[in-house]
Design a protein around this ligand. Structure first.
Ligand code: BEZ
Length: 223
């Protein structure tokens, strides 16, 4: 099994999706990507999650992020379920139109490759007793490097605002020598990266504040 640790290359694969056949790395191209799994089609928490992801499409696009879902069902189910998601989402959340691809993984090949099956959760099984995929998230950068992994239990829907917040933090950290503090939101002060000397910090970040704890240096970032 390839490594799925932060910093390793996201395993490549070919798959059928609701938007046609893809080669994963080619599909990512020069974008960032979010690959997220959910337990199964026609399940309630998943329906709310996919509707929310569809509604956040402009937020992902703004950040040059492509989104792709996966569950251990076939294309026929995915296509029928997308209609439900659009209908439910539009009624309950506001206009919803799922346009991102969903991978058909009925044989659990890609879920296995990405370690998305929780063999231990007895409540997370389909009608045949096979494990559903769990709720994982992989944030992958344009070099195909895994930058974030998350695993949530089947019964807990994810917070996609948090996932966008992490993308903002990662993209900022790639561009500037900064890190982001607890509960940081775009526009808040950031922390100067520990690898930056105090002298460099004064040049790079003229508004830097040196705190009593000499290892904490914060600065606004007017970008
Ligand atoms: C859900 O999406 O609602 C769900 C799926 C599998 C197990 C528990 C909840």
């Amino acid at each position: 099994m390839p490594s799925l640790r932060l910093g390793s290359i996201a395993p490549n694969f070919e798959a059928e999706t609701t938007q046609g056949h893809i080669k994963f790395h080619d599909w990512i191209g020069d974008s960032w990507a979010i690959l997220f799994s959910h337990p199964g089609d026609f399940t309630p928490v998943c329906t709310t999650e996919l509707a929310e992801v569809a509604r956040k499409a402009p937020e992902f696009a703004k950040r040059n992020v492509k989104v792709i879902g996966i569950s251990a069902n076939d294309l026929n189910d995915h296509e029928k379920w997308v209609q439900d998601i659009n209908e439910y989402g539009t009624k309950s959340l506001g206009p919803t139109n799922v346009q991102f691809p969903i991978i058909a993984d009925g044989n659990r090949k890609i879920s296995t490759l990405y370690d998305m099956l929780d063999e231990q959760d007895a409540t997370n099984r389909d009608a045949k007793g096979l494990p559903f995929t769990i709720r994982t998230v992989f944030v992958i950068d344009p070099k195909k490097v895994i930058r974030l992994t998350l695993s949530y239990p089947a019964a807990t829907g994810r917070n996609f605002d948090e996932i966008l917040r992490v993308v903002d933090s990662l993209q900022l950290g790639d561009k500037y020598r900064v890190t982001t503090p607890v509960n940081w939101q775009k526009g808040d002060d950031v922390i100067v990266h520990p690898s930056v000397s105090n002298e460099e910090a004064k040049t790079l970040f003229p508004e830097v504040t040196f705190h009593k704890q000499s290892y904490i240096r914060t600065t606004p970032l007017n970008v």
